[in-house]
Design a protein around this ligand. Structure first.
Ligand code: MN
Length: 202
């Protein structure tokens, strides 16, 4: 059975950038529902229950058709949010140093260019979805994806993701997605993103 991971900090830890009520509803209700519905989808498939979430999503094409959409949506939702909580944290923000910082500079021409490209990509996701920094085919890429589509489904490793579903920002920012994104950069836990990068390369 898949389980809802505990939020690694208090609901109000990301204030003033992301408000406590949004964090509580987002984690305790939205993420919890993805986990519940993923487990429901897998209940008659013990062979799939024993797979890790990443393996399940990597192998989405071989998931039986009757539950494939449910696994894609709720498994993707579970994976995306599990990473999202970890790549944010109190006292976050700034720019990454070390190997990831160097790789970002090399791939995008500098941190500011990277920040602008990911912000633009996330701003322009139509409707609900995510903006991503991913590791794919041996290089860093920025991608916008709809719904809860997981980068794992295309053989990429997600390193940093920003949720642009309205439930992620509407209470504080209403329709102002760009303001939410601007604030979100102040929450990033770069040490965690660096770990994801090292893991993806290894
Ligand atoms: Mn969400």
């Amino acid at each position: 059975m898949h389980e809802l991971p505990a939020l690694p900090y208090a609901f109000d830890a990301l204030e003033p950038h992301i408000d406590a009520q949004t964090m509580q509803i987002h984690h305790d209700k939205h993420h919890a529902t993805y986990v519940t519905k993923l487990n429901d989808a897998l209940k008659d498939h013990p062979d799939l229950q024993s797979k890790s979430l990443e393996d399940l999503l990597r192998g989405i094409a071989s998931v039986p058709e009757g539950i494939r959409n449910a696994v894609k949506n709720h498994g993707g939702g579970h994976a995306n949010h599990s990473l999202f909580w970890k790549v944010m944290g109190p006292g976050g923000g700034g720019a990454p140093s070390g190997p990831l910082g160097d790789a970002i500079t090399q791939a995008f021409g500098g941190f500011d260019a990277f920040k602008e490209k990911l912000t633009t990509t996330a701003t322009n996701v139509f409707g609900s979805g995510w903006g991503w920094l991913i590791w794919k085919d041996g290089k860093l890429e920025i991608a916008g994806k709809p719904n809860q589509d997981s980068p794992w489904m295309e053989g990429a490793a997600p390193l940093l993701g920003v949720d642009v579903w309205e439930h992620a920002y509407y209470l504080r920012y209403q329709n102002r997605r760009p303001d939410y994104l601007s604030a979100w950069w102040n929450t990033i836990n770069w040490a965690e993103v660096e770990q994801q990068y090292q893991r993806a390369r290894g």
